[in-house]
Design a binder for this molecule. Structure first.
Ligand SMILES: NC(=O)c1ccc[n+]([C@@H]2O[C@H](COP(=O)([O-])OP(=O)(O)OC[C@H]3O[C@@H](n4cnc5c(N)ncnc54)[C@H](O)[C@@H]3O)[C@@H](O)[C@H]2O)c1
Length: 399
């Protein structure tokens, strides 16, 4: 399936992500059918799309008549048979449970034409596993949009063990046609790029709090005001949802072991009380009166180099695992989470030797795997690939 042949798409699940994905597809000329388990849920999803299209039109980001045409391109049904029988692509955005995803993929495979590609918007689950539920694993891939899909520019396109390069190319092209920037995750690794690197900085912050070295306000103020990140790590965890952060943390721990050792003492009490952050009104912070105020005067109490050190280390692991290249890692962090810089370009500016020494120092002090420098980093430092000043680091300069 090439991008020019692709016109009809089914979106499976019309919740927070599904309705947004359906909307951007329709805004870009695709015929879309949304599937969900009840007419009532589908009706709500259509109302949300209508509201969002109205906002786009009010803000003059699209013309009124284009908003109306986009809306008319979206159909809804609870019947897989009706929705899927002549599609070119299905994008699944059903709940994040492997048993549900597998059932959905098996059903899609049994009804959709053999040419159709099947993509999942999963944040963490294995694309290879979903592919195994079908007889077309070469046509199954990840297409991970960020929330809200109408506004966020990034899409991670993920290759399962059997996914063909043609499938990846077509989905990356589709992301571009939707006005997004695709980054390719070449191996089906847990956390893909963005959630994996975020997982590393969250863990560093949680353990720092646990050791009593800084308060959450001190860490967040330093990350935000000194580091130039849009939110502190505790504020961001609350914003993402601590239930989701916890689940992703578990998956990363299962996949990578001690390097992602979770600080359960910090997160478990909140999970137990169902204090999940912004959506429940309370988490690390109280959100009942709006966004928490992070005091500016605490912004020198945590050394943000530590966040960068673990982020760079995880970026090195992604490259070591042949899962992503430095450009895609940097693009992912800048567009997926609005980081002021990607970790690889940051490392090249700061010096890989400096970061390597920082990691060694932290590893010696705390004896935790997250600080143990990746062998790729050590290899680069030994070759004097230490960044911009040497003409070569994660990137090559001056050629
Ligand atoms: N919410 C986020 O911030 C976010 C970001 C990126 C990726 N994701 C991923 O996107 C997927 C969907 O997440 P969400 O937040 O939109 O969830 P959601 O709970 O808001 O929506 C899921 C929808 O799927 C429907 N559904 C359940 N079983 C179904 C079935 N068998 N067939 C069709 N529809 C079914 C539900 O009724 C619901 O409307 C998950 O895999 C999640 O990990 C979520």
């Amino acid at each position: 399936m090439t991008i020019d042949q692709l016109t009809k798409v089914a979106v499976i699940g019309s919740g927070a992500m599904g309705h947004g994905i359906a909307q951007i597809l329709a805004m870009n000329g695709y015929e879309v059918t949304m599937i969900d388990i009840s007419e009532e849920i589908l009706q709500k999803a259509k109302e949300k799309i209508k509201w969002s299209l109205d906002k786009f039109a009010e803000k003059k980001r699209i013309r009124r008549e284009d908003a109306d045409v986009a809306f008319s391109r979206i159909r809804t049904t609870t019947s897989y048979e009706k929705a899927v029988k002549d599609i070119d692509l299905a994008i699944e955005a059903a709940p994040e449970k492997m048993d549900i995803k597998k059932k959905v993929f098996a059903k899609l495979d049994s009804i959709a034409p053999p040419r159709a590609l099947l993509a999942s918007n999963t944040s963490t689950l294995s694309i290879t596993e979903m592919g195994k539920a079908t007889k077309r694993s070469d046509k199954v891939a990840g297409m991970h949009f960020f929330n809200p899909p109408q506004l966020m520019a990034l899409v991670e396109v993920i290759k399962g063990d059997k996914t063909s390069q043609e499938t990846i190319n077509t989905l990356a092209e589709l992301a571009k046609k939707l006005g997004k920037t695709p980054v390719v995750v070449r191996r089906d690794v847990r956390g893909f790029i963005v959630n994996r690197i975020l997982g590393a900085v969250f863990n560093e912050a949680f353990w720092t709090l646990r050791r009593g070295e800084a308060t959450k306000e001190e860490i967040d103020a330093s990350v935000k005001y000194t580091g130039g990140f849009p939110m502190g790590w505790f504020e961001l965890a609350d914003f993402v949802g601590l239930d989701i952060a916890y689940e992703v943390g578990e998956i990363l721990y299962k996949a990578y072991g001690e390097r992602f050792k979770m600080c359960r003492e910090i997160i478990n009490p909140l999970i137990k009380e169902r204090e999940f952050g912004q959506k429940t009104g309370i988490g690390f912070y109280d959100w009942t009166k709006g966004r928490p105020r992070i005091p500016f005067n605490l912004s020198d109490e945590y050394n943000v180099d530590r966040s960068w050190a673990v982020a760079v280390n995880e970026a090195a692991w992604l490259i070591h695992d042949d899962a992503a290249n430095p450009e895609d890692i940097d693009t992912g962090m800048k567009l997926g989470t609005y980081w002021p810089s990607g970790p690889c370009e940051y490392a090249d500016r700061t010096g890989l030797d400096t970061i390597f020494s920082k990691l060694k120092e932290l590893h010696a002090k705390y004896n935790m795997e997250m600080y143990n420098p990746c062998s790729l980093l050590e290899d680069y430092v030994n070759k004097n690939w230490i960044g911009k000043k040497a003409g070569r680091g994660f990137y090559q300069y001056g050629v």
